[in-house]
Ligand binder design. Structure first.
Ligand code: ADP
Ligand code: MG
Length: 262
C-alpha cells in the first residue's frame, strides 16, 4: 500500500471510530512528528491527547447545559469578609466535593441576599468541573414539574430524574408556601436521595419554622430528619449583600469627593 492510501485509510478509520478531533489533527500531527523525529509512541500519545481533550470539553459542555445553573458564580468570587457568619474553611472543604462521596447534604439557611444561592451555585460549578452530574432547580419549579408529571402520567420518570444527579441543588425552599401536593413531591425527592445523593438546599426558614410553612407538619419533620441526618448546615445572618452594595453606592454618591483639576 502506498503512503498516500495508508494515510487515507487511517483518516477514515479515525472517522469510523468517531475520533473526529484526532482525524482532523492527523495531518498536522504527522508533520510535527516528522519534523521533530518523534517515535511512534510519542506521536500516538499526542494524537490521542487531542481526542481526549476534545471529549473532555464536550463532556463538560454537556454537564454544564444539563445543570442549568442560573449564574457563573464560583467559590473564589465569594466575599467572605462581607459575611463573617460563614466559615470559609468549611466552604473550601466542601468545594473539594468530598461531601458528595457519602451523600452529605448542605443547607444554607438565612434571610434574603446573604449569598445562599451564590454558595449553592458555586458548589454546583465545582461539582460540574469535577465531572459530576449536577442539577439546579428552585423548590417552586420542582413542585410545578412534579405537578405536571402527575397529570401526564410521568411521575415515576420524573422521580428518577431527580434521583439521578450526583448533586441536586434545591433553591428557595420556603419562599413560597408549598401546598400538600408540592410538599409531598419535595418529600419524595428528598427521601429517595436520602443516603444516596447529596442535596444542596437553600431556605429562608429556620429549622424550627419548617412545620409551620408546610401544610403537613409531619411531612415537614420527616423531610428535615432526612436532610439533617448527614449534613452541613450554614446558618447565615447579617445584612443582605445587595443592600450593602446599594448602601455603599449611595454613600459614595452623597460623600463629596475631590474633583480632579482641569
Ligand atoms: P440569597 O440566595 O441568600 O438571597 P444570593 O446568593 O442570591 O442571596 O446573593 C444576592 C446577590 O448578592 C448576588 O448577586 C450575589 O452574587 C451577591 N452576593 C451575596 N453575598 C455575596 C458575597 N459574600 N460576596 C459576593 N457577592 C455576594
Ligand atoms: Mg437565593
Amino acid at each position: 500500500m502506498s503512503d498516500d492510501s495508508i494515510y487515507q485509510q487511517l483518516r477514515s478509520h479515525l472517522a469510523y471510530l468517531r475520533l473526529g478531533a484526532a482525524a482532523e489533527a492527523l495531518p498536522g500531527e504527522l508533520d510535527h512528528a516528522l519534523k521533530n523525529k518523534l517515535g511512534h509512541s510519542a506521536f500516538l500519545h499526542r494524537l490521542l491527547d487531542v481526542e481526549v481533550q476534545a471529549t473532555e470539553t464536550r463532556r463538560q459542555a454537556g454537564l454544564e447545559r444539563f445543570a442549568r445553573l442560573p449564574a457563573p458564580w464560583r467559590v473564589d468570587d465569594f466575599d467572605f469578609d462581607a459575611q463573617p457568619s460563614i466559615d470559609r474553611n468549611l466552604v473550601h472543604e466542601l468545594a473539594t466535593l468530598r461531601f458528595l462521596e457519602d451523600a452529605t447534604n448542605v443547607l444554607f439557611i438565612g434571610p434574603p441576599g446573604v449569598g445562599k444561592t451564590m454558595l449553592a451555585v458555586a458548589l454546583g460549578r465545582a461539582s460540574i468541573e469535577a465531572g459530576y452530574r449536577t442539577y439546579y432547580t428552585t423548590a417552586a419549579d420542582l413542585a410545578a414539574r412534579c405537578h405536571r408529571a402527575a397529570l401526564e402520567g410521568r411521575w415515576a420518570t420524573t422521580m428518577r430524574f431527580f434521583a439521578g444527579p450526583r448533586l441536586l441543588i434545591i433553591d428557595e425552599v420556603g419562599y413560597l408556601p408549598l401546598a400538600s401536593e408540592a410538599a409531598a413531591a419535595l418529600f419524595q425527592v428528598i427521601s429517595q436521595r436520602y443516603l444516596k445523593g447529596s442535596i444542596a438546599l437553600t431556605t429562608n426558614l429556620g429549622v424550627g419554622q419548617w412545620g409551620k410553612v408546610f401544610d403537613d407538619p409531619y411531612v415537614a419533620g420527616a423531610m428535615l430528619d432526612r436532610l439533617l441526618h448527614r449534613s452541613v448546615v450554614f446558618n447565615i445572618d447579617g445584612d443582605s449583600y445587595r443592600m450593602r452594595a446599594h448602601r455603599a453606592r449611595a454613600e459614595r454618591l452623597t460623600t463629596p469627593t475631590k474633583r480632579p483639576r482641569t
